[in-house]
Structure formats: C-alpha cells, structure tokens
Design a protein around this ligand. Structure first.
Ligand SMILES: Cc1ncc(COP(=O)(O)O)c(C=O)c1O
Length: 385
C-alpha cells in the first residue's frame, strides 16, 4: 500500500481491511452469512461464487492479516492446526521437512501421525543451533518450519539466519508467529517466506473462537494457498472472521498491557525461591536475550517455569484465584497450564524429555488484568508449593 495513510501499527490495526462497506457505509465489516452467490451469467460473477473459494468477510480479514505481516496474501483457516495442515499440503512424497524440535505438540502429532504417512520425511532439529540446521538441510529439503519463541520453553530461533541457510539450498522457511503476534514480530521482514498463526490466541484475543492463518510473501504462495483452501476446504467461517477482525482492532493496545504485565510477572517469578528455570526472553538472564532484542519488538506475555514436582504443580494450579487453570493463550484473561498434561500430552514421555519439558513445568499466559493483582495471586498460590 504505497499511498496508504496508515503508516503506524496502531492505525493499521484499526483500519487494514476494515474500511466502510461500499453499499451501506457500515463502519464494521458485514458478516456475509451466505454459502453461495448469485452469478451474473455463465462463467461470470461479482467477485464471489461460493464461500469455500472466497467470502467477502473472509477477504477483509485476509487483507488485514497480509498488511499486518507485510505479506503478499493472507489465508484464513478453521484453526491453527488447519493452517499448518494447509502449509504442508503442498509438500510431496519424497520431500524433506525440517521442524523445530521444541514446538507445540499438536504440530508434532500432525506431522508424525498424519503427514509422515504421505511419504514426507520429517526431521526435528534444534533450530536454535544454526550448525545443526545447516547440517540437516538436504537436496530434498523443501521447508524449514520454526516456532519462535517456542511453546512452552521460550527457545528462540534466529529467523534471518535460518532463512539465509535455507534459501542457499533452495528451501523455504515458515514461522509459527502465534506467541508474539504481528504486533511484536514480523518474520517475513526478517527473511522468512511464510508466516503461520493460530488466530485463536492473541489475534482474536478474547478466547471466544478458533482460527488459523497463513501469510505468504510471494504470488506463488497466494496461488498455492487459494488452491488448498478451495480443494481441502478448511476455511474460517464468516462469523469467526468478524471476531478476529474485531480482535485485531485492539491488538496493539492489548499487547502493550500484556507486555507490561508479562515483564512484571517475570521479574517477580525470577526472584521467587520456589520458582526454577524460568523461561522468559525479556530477562537479561535468558540465554537468547540479545536475539530477542534483535528480532522482536517486545517480549510478549508467555513464559514458563518449574516447580519441584507434578504434585507441587497441581497444588499451585488449584490454589490460583485469578489465573485460570486452562490450556490456550493470548486472551485477555490470565491462564496457567501444566505443560506435560495439556499442550504436550500428545507426545511421548521420551519426546517431552528430549524437548526438556519436565513434570513440574507450568506455562503462564499473562492477561491484561492489573499486574499487582496477578502478582498477588501467584504469590499466594506459590505458598501451596
Ligand atoms: C504455537 C501454537 N501453534 C499452533 C497451535 C494450534 O492452534 P489451534 O489450537 O488454533 O489449532 C497452538 C495451540 O495452542 C500453538 O500454541
């Protein structure tokens, strides 16, 4: 948008894809609850023919997503997992896929229990180690899929460096940007080819819907993902698109409060004697703090830490009064979850051990409540540990 008056994130979030309806002047994007559209003749239409292929409400969300990530096209799916499925749907038997070894376990379940059976070779690599990434890339490597920061250990991957390594060998790079949202990190601007989001999290922001997105950097991605949307059909519903569009309008404002609260909570936890191995990239003690400063515009509000055992974790979660013991993240309300039995229940104990996820690990998604209330809640719950 070279002649766009929207230059700053706060303005872009309110207006990208969200201009008034041409017919009625409605300032909010109408929800087009129509599966089909009247054609204007044989082989001609007004831009839409069937909602699986395209829907006017979805178009607006997809436009907003593309602008927020600085991409060529956005594509909305029924969930984050549907977006990852669409991403790998274009791989073929014999292709090699490299995936960060410390990722959301649902991604591992999809790759190991479904995608692998299509003859795609999948290799998990510690992508925070560039030498390992370099060594893993083979002539048939088509895609390097990274999650940074990773779930739940907050391990970072250098997006620019991995993109350089992959591109030199003809592979593309996709980044799961769910944990930071486009407000804090734009992988395409760092050299990645495709961005993936679970819009269920910060983009929706209110824990009231499921969704996922892919944003491509080139016209060939647009062609590729439009085909997958049409052929496989896992597209986001118009009403869900409206909810995500509404969430996006307040994304930068929410993220500022998430960010402030996240820092305050991390500082409190870092000084608490019962808290071990706190993972939060905004602390100078995080081994990849410098990389976080380089490639992120903030540190977000996701973190995880260990208490002494699974039992202690159970007592802590039961004692919380504001944080809810619930899976998911990125909503206005603060959540706490036991990683081994929630987000990482779908991988084996050995896989969890190799990722470094112990039975005492707890993940926090710090919401936008008052930080003093949140810290007081954690302080009283830690007494139960
Ligand atoms: C980093 C990350 N990616 C992808 C997903 C999957 O998204 P969804 O639950 O919308 O399918 C999640 C879900 O927790 C996640 O945390």
């Amino acid at each position: 948008m070279p002649d766009s008056p929207y230059t700053k994130l706060d303005t872009i979030a309110v207006h990208a894809g969200q201009y008034p309806d041409a017919q009625t002047g409605a300032v909010n994007v109408p929800v087009y609850l129509s599966s089909t559209f009247q054609l204007t003749g044989i082989g001609s239409d007004r831009g839409w023919d069937y909602s699986r292929a395209g829907n006017p409400t979805r178009d607006r969300l997809e436009e907003a997503l593309a602008v927020l990530e600085g991409g060529c096209s956005g594509h909305a799916f029924t969930s984050g997992m549907a977006a990852i499925s669409a991403l790998v749907a274009m791989l073929r038997a014999g292709d090699h896929l490299i995936c960060s070894h410390n990722v959301y376990a649902g991604t591992v379940r999809l790759f190991d229990q479904i995608v692998r059976h299509y003859g795609i070779e999948i290799e998990y690599v510690d992508t925070s180690n560039l030498a390992l990434v370099k060594a893993a890339i083979k002539p048939n490597t088509r895609l390097v899929h990274i999650e940074t920061p990773s779930n739940p250990l907050m391990v970072l991957t250098d997006i620019a460096a991995v993109s350089r390594l992959a591109h030199a060998r003809g592979a593309e790079v996709s980044v799961d940007n769910t944990f930071l949202s486009p407000a804090l990190q734009n992988p395409l601007k760092l050299g990645a080819d495709i961005v993936m989001h679970s819009t269920t999290k910060y983009l929706n922001g209110h824990s009231d819907g499921l969704g996922g997105a892919l944003i491509g950097s080139r016209p060939e991605h647009k062609e590729r993902f439009l085909l997958v949307q049409k052929a496989m059909g896992g597209v986001m519903s118009p009403f869900e698109c409206f909810l995500v569009l509404r969430g996006i309008r307040t994304l930068p404002v929410r993220i500022r409060q998430h960010e402030q609260n996240g820092r305050a909570v991390a500082e409190f936890l870092s000084a608490h004697p019962k808290v071990k191995n706190l993972a939060y990239p905004g602390l100078k003690t995080h081994p990849q703090y410098e990389l976080a400063v380089k490639q992120q515009r903030g540190f977000g509000s996701m973190m995880s830490f260990e208490v002494e055992s699974r039992e202690a974790a159970g007592r802590f979660l039961a004692a919380l009064r504001i944080f809810l013991n619930a899976e998911s993240l990125g909503g206005v309300e603060s959540l706490a979850s036991h990683s081994a039995t929630t987000t990482h229940a779908s991988v084996t104990e050995q896989q969890r051990a190799s990722m470094g996820i112990t039975d005492g690990r707890i993940r926090l998604s710090v919401g936008i409540e008052d930080k003093d209330d949140l810290i007081a809640d954690l302080e009283q719950a830690l007494k139960a540990v």
